[in-house]
Design a protein. Structure first.
Length: 258
């Protein structure tokens, strides 16, 4: 059974088109009745809108097999006093969910992905955190890939703020234990006795997704179709305990290997 990432794994970071073998892999799982969950750190679009986008690309799976951080947000963050930082689409999505953005009486600094954070935004976040606001990341992605460039991911920004303020942070999406536990809970609708040790997770984020999954006992497959151009860019520098179990170029290679 599988947990399957989306960006850089099922769809391209460059143009959002399906990566080689990705639709076919999902169809293979459907045909063989193999249990799986599609788990993404996408936060720009509302959950059902991004799910609908994936379906429009030809992916065939039900919404019951989909999970993103927005679907857990209300359980982790109150709706008032939010100083949110991220793409405009993310801020609008938050407001549509009923969250009140407040950059004066801030209770929570909420960080999502953005390629052009400014020094002033970092200064503002630091002031809020030092004044007592909680720091929450929508996820802990290591690198954000867009337009053939690689930017610091939310995880890197969280580490920066943690170092600057000596305050800890929490994470809503991958690789938080809460997110993976919710993914497992939903997978148990397909296999009631499923455990982390039964699951293989596939992702292009060897640090932000696979490391946390491996610590929970999952088997890990690293694909180099997204954030990294090759395994040599990152795998040799990881602690042995966090190195992926297997590396493939893309979903097509995985499909041919199973």
């Amino acid at each position: 059974m599988y947990f399957i990432d989306v960006q850089g794994t099922l769809i391209s970071d460059t143009d959002k088109s399906p990566i080689a073998g990705s639709r076919e892999f999902i169809e293979h799982l459907n045909n063989t009745q193999t249990p799986y969950m599609v788990i993404t750190n996408s936060t720009k679009k509302a959950s059902k809108d991004f799910y609908a986008f994936l379906i429009s690309l030809g992916f065939n799976f039900g919404f019951d097999k989909y999970l993103d951080p927005l679907m857990l947000l209300e359980a982790h963050v109150q709706k008032e006093g939010i100083a949110a930082y991220g793409a405009e689409e993310f801020l609008l999505t938050l407001q549509n969910m009923g969250y009140t953005l407040d950059y004066e009486k801030t209770k929570t600094v909420l960080v999502a992905i953005k390629e052009d954070f400014t020094a002033d935004e970092y200064a503002q976040m630091i002031d809020f955190i030092l004044a007592g606001a909680a720091l929450v990341g929508m996820h802990e992605t290591s690198i954000y890939a867009k337009n053939n460039k690689r930017y610091p991911g939310v995880g890197a920004v969280l580490k920066l703020l943690e170092f600057a303020t000596s305050c800890s942070y929490t994470v809503v999406g991958k690789p938080s234990v809460a997110f993976y536990e919710e993914s497992l809970l939903r997978l148990r609708a397909q296999v009631p006795n499923a455990s982390f040790e039964d699951i293989t997770i596939i992702s292009d984020d060897v640090k932000g997704d696979l490391g946390g999954a491996k610590e929970l006992g999952m088997k890990t497959i690293f694909v180099t179709s997204g954030k990294y151009k090759s395994a040599e860019e990152i795998v040799p520098f990881l602690p042995d305990a966090l190195k992926p179990d297997v590396v493939y170029a893309n979903m097509q290679e995985i499909l041919e290997a199973i």
